[in-house]
Design a protein around this ligand. Structure first.
Ligand code: SDX
Length: 443
């Protein structure tokens, strides 16, 4: 058996080092610190902006093989879960690690339903937002505000408290999201209807008008459930990393989730579904696709909904959504943007730039087309991503809290600033020269 070590020679000193290669084919960055030139030397560091080749944790939740386009939650292929499961069952799987039996599923469903209401003060808090506030900005604020309603959530090392906060947040996210939507529409809030399913209740809180009881369309209710399954977790994505990094200083999980919502908001992450639909609307017709692709290849803009840090093959979620769109359109009517999206994908996947950069449609390329057909405004698309991802965030957070290897996340840096210099009196200071570095621009 070849010994699992990396032999390193520091050519500055001629010294040789044996670095252990651990399971997962990793070496510990801390093992580089022994490689020094002199005894006062700090030792070598690894430099990896945006962590493109750095594992931050060991996790049992989600497995992705980016080259093969594989996505599994706790070992179960996403294709099987999307076909046979429902979001609440998948949330249980992601949070607890196993599929529930009937008794545990029914208890879990009830435990989520009893947490769908929010404190009445949330409504007053929501009123403070402008009429045209972006719902993701409102969600960011209201999720953080939950931290002030549940001081018991600070006891993050208590298993029952972690379990309670997880049930609370999975239960309340649809309500906060719906309240934000209704605020932008100037409509009264609709309280949860616990007779309905998780997605049926969300549709009711969003779209119920004067009818006594909202009846969700079963096709749309199921489509939203599948969309939520596909968005439930995705290993160490930007927002999961935010959840873990903020969680590492041990605030309550609502504060961490607010940071995760903020990370998801960005157009390079969960905001891409909104950016992708705006891009398709801007294209407007298949005849305009070549002009857009030219701009993308000239580096003027990104093809939103394309590309992925991990997937260097087709995102399996995008494949499922592309097929599911037709079922939704049977109820909602065809969203003409799907024709532009399909033609854009066809042309891009034959183009050398996209082939060489391994750029394929990701989950955000088709989700917006479905959401738009279902009647959601574009600003709600990232919010519809945040709701299901809550189960993933809470699972990632709990795994971090329990991980004895984890401690407060505090990266090192490479200092490239000024050497020591001493204070000078105001009168004696020269005019600032036109300096190149960012500091002068920041002034
Ligand atoms: C999500 O991480 C996750 O798991 C996220 C997510 C989840 O479920 O949590 O899957 C959800 O966020 C999906 C991604 C949604 N974002 C978008 O669709 C925005 C458009 N995509 C890109 O901005 C980009 O592809 C990222 C952000 C998704 C990934 O970026 P990387 O891995 O940091 O890649 P990069 O920016 O370093 O690009 C590498 C090269 C560059 O070209 P060169 O400078 O090397 O010549 O690929 C090019 C980029 O210009 N490139 C693109 C592109 N994405 C990358 N060029 C045009 N259009 C794109 N979309």
């Amino acid at each position: 058996m070849a010994n699992n070590t990396l032999s390193v020679t520091d050519n500055r000193t001629g010294k040789k080092y044996e670095l252990p290669i651990e399971e997962g084919d990793v070496i510990r960055a801390a093992d580089l610190r022994q490689i020094k030139v002199g005894k006062d030397d700090f030792g070598l560091m690894s430099y990896d902006p945006a962590f493109t080749n750095t594992a931050s944790c060991r996790s049992r939740i989600t497995f992705i093989d980016g080259d093969k386009g594989i996505l599994r939650y706790r070992g179960y292929p996403i294709e099987e879960l999307a076909e046979k499961s429902n979001y609440l069952e998948v949330a249980y799987l992601i949070v607890k690690g196993e599929l529930p039996d009937r008794e545990h599923y029914e208890r879990w469903e009830n435990n989520i339903k009893i947490h769908t209401m929010v404190h009445e003060n949330i409504k007053k808090f929501m009123e403070g937002y402008r009429y045209d506030a972006h719902p993701m900005g409102m969600l960011l604020g209201t999720v953080g505000a939950l931290s002030t309603f549940y001081p018991d959530a600070n006891d993050i090392h208590d298993l029952e408290s972690r379990r309670l906060q997880t049930r609370r947040l999975i239960g309340k996210m649809p309500t906060l999201a719906a309240f934000a939507y209704r605020h932008t529409k100037g409509l009264p809030y609709v309280y949860p209807d616990n007779d309905l399913s998780y997605t049926g209740n969300l549709l009711s809180m969003l779209f119920k008008m004067t009818e006594l009881k909202y009846k969700p369309d079963p096709v749309l209710e199921r489509a939203l459930d599948v969309l939520f399954i596909l968005h439930a977790d995705h290993e160490q994505n930007c927002s999961a990393n935010a959840m873990r990094a903020v969680g590492s200083s041990q605030p309550d999980p609502y504060a961490c989730a607010a940071a995760a919502v903020a990370a998801l908001y960005g157009p390079l992450h969960g905001g891409a579904n909104e950016a992708a639909i705006r891009m398709l609307m801007e294209i407007g017709s298949v005849s305009n696709i070549p002009a857009l692709l030219r701009k993308v290849k000239e580096g003027e803009r990104r093809l939103m909904g394309f590309g992925h840090r991990v997937y260097k093959n087709y995102d399996p979620r995008a494949k499922i959504l592309k097929e599911m769109a037709a079922q939704v359109f049977e109820v909602t009517g065809r969203n003409p943007l799907i024709d532009i999206a399909i033609e854009l994908e066809r042309i891009a996947l034959q183009d050398e730039y996209f082939i060489s950069h391994k750029l394929y449609p990701n989950v955000d390329f088709y989700s917006g087309i479905i959401y738009q057909a279902m009647g959601f405004p574009m600003t709600m698309f990232p919010v519809l991503f945040a709701i299901p991802r809550t189960s993933g965030w809470m699972a990632q957070w709990a795994e971090m809290v329990r991980d004895s290897e984890q401690k407060i996340a505090r990266p090192r840096q490479i200092y490239v600033g000024e050497p020591i210099r001493h204070y000078s009196e105001l009168a004696s200071r020269p005019k600032p020269t036109q300096r190149e570095d960012a500091v002068s621009e920041a002034i």
